[in-house]
Design a protein around this ligand. Structure first.
Ligand SMILES: Cc1cc2nc3c(=O)[nH]c(=O)nc-3n(C[C@H](O)[C@H](O)[C@H](O)COP(=O)(O)O)c2cc1C
Length: 366
């Protein structure tokens, strides 16, 4: 972890001039120790799902229309009443202090500067209160792992509501950590100093870890429905990949569905998120907005997801590349490069607004 002001300044030097998102990724790799890089980059098992998340974007092609008469495209959109300057949110990523001394606080500040919103991780190095205080206009969605009784869980939700969060993101695909082999080899330790920011001295800091080992059962849709009915914050269901679970989440009261395989870090062999988006969109049938994450690395990826039915995407590793390369300035650089590529892509597609970007603008690659 970087600790001194000098190191921070050095890390940010030049990040504004990195010309592409790939350069930001390379700068992050150069900045991080090997075991931390492996923890960030790794997927579960043979990393087939990790690779497929990227490959899936190349399986789709745009259908551009020429002679469109458009003006400069706008990327503005909204998600559950929150205005976004572009269809991007940042992911809940735990152990954020491993990547930069400011972690989610820097991410939230970068989002505030760009009219974007953070999903804040329960397993952050920092407390949800400190992250919210760093940028109240951006730190608006709190992510939690469903464990324990619904009553006990609701106390954690109330804490987030008291801190000022407006929405809850419930991570459904993480009853146990995936079988990640790079981490097993490097032996990286995710101790309380990096994932325990939301738990005080003497508290159980690992409520989200080792649920099965403690003899608990994984939650059911009935418990999720009870949560949605009683929660002071509307609930987003994160980690849905099938039409069955998408329908169950909406029926249970989720206000949005996040199509995700956790960036390939959980079930290896799960399908790519993008490939599941059409079936989820069909099952949801416009009842709630859909988000997508896993594998988004460039502006055209975002627009492919929007064309296939997502209101917005969530960026995980891409955001962390910026964070590691230069803290707030690095995350801002990621946002700027995404925005620039999206504006160009929209212009070449002949779309002035995201509302014009629907299924008729995309097809399977031959
Ligand atoms: C280092 C790291 C830590 C993560 N920690 C969490 C977490 O604590 N809670 C959670 O719901 N998802 C977590 N995720 C998953 C992300 O929220 C998101 O689903 C994933 O990164 C999306 O894929 P992408 O990295 O390809 O964009 C983590 C991802 C990474 C890379």
């Amino acid at each position: 972890m970087r600790t001194t002001e000098e190191d921070l300044a050095a890390s940010q030097d030049g990040v504004d001039r990195l010309p592409t998102l790939l350069d930001v990724e390379q700068a992050a790799r150069a900045a991080l120790p090997q075991d931390v890089w492996d923890f960030l980059a790794e997927g579960a098992g043979a990393e087939e799902t990790l690779a497929d998340n990227r490959a899936a974007f190349a399986r789709w092609r745009f259908r551009p229309r020429v002679m469109s008469g458009i003006r400069l495209p706008s990327l503005a959109t909204s998600f559950l009443g929150i205005d976004l300057s572009m269809p991007v949110l940042t992911a809940p990523v735990g152990a954020d202090g491993l990547f930069h001394a400011d972690g989610h606080r820097a991410i939230a500040r970068a989002n505030a500067a760009h009219g974007l919103v953070s999903l804040v991780a329960e397993a952050s190095t920092f407390s949800q209160e400190a992250i919210r205080a760093a940028a109240p206009s951006a730190a608006r969605i709190m992510q939690l792992h469903p464990t324990g009784t619904v009553d006990a869980f609701l106390e954690r939700v109330q804490r987030a509501a008291d801190a000022g969060y407006e929405l809850l993101c419930v991570t459904l695909d993480c009853p146990t950590a995936g079988f990640r082999e790079r981490g097993r080899r490097s032996g990286i330790m995710l101790d309380e100093s990096v994932i325990g920011g939301n738990y005080g001295e003497g508290e159980d800091r690992n409520t989200f870890w080792g649920l099965l080992e403690r003899g608990e059962r994984v939650w059911t849709w009935e418990q999720f429905a009870e949560l949605c009915a009683r929660s002071p914050l509307p609930c987003i269901a994160k980690g849905v990949l099938t039409r069955e679970d998408a329908a169950a989440a909406v029926d249970a009261g989720a206000v949005a569905v996040l199509v995700s395989n956790h960036g390939g870090r959980q079930l290896d062999g799960a399908p790519a998120s993008l490939d599941q988006l059409p079936e989820v969109a069909e099952a949801v049938g416009g009842r709630v907005p859909i988000l997508l994450d896993s594998g988004v690395r460039r502006g055209s990826d975002v627009l492919k997801a929007v064309a296939l039915g997502a209101t917005a995407v969530v960026i995980g590793r891409l955001m962390v590349y910026g964070l590691a390369a230069g803290g707030q300035a690095g995350v801002e650089r990621v946002h700027q490069l995404l925005r620039d590529e999206m504006i160009t892509t929209m212009a070449l597609l002949g779309c002035e607004t995201l509302a014009e970007l629907g299924p008729e603008r995309i097809q399977r690659a031959a």
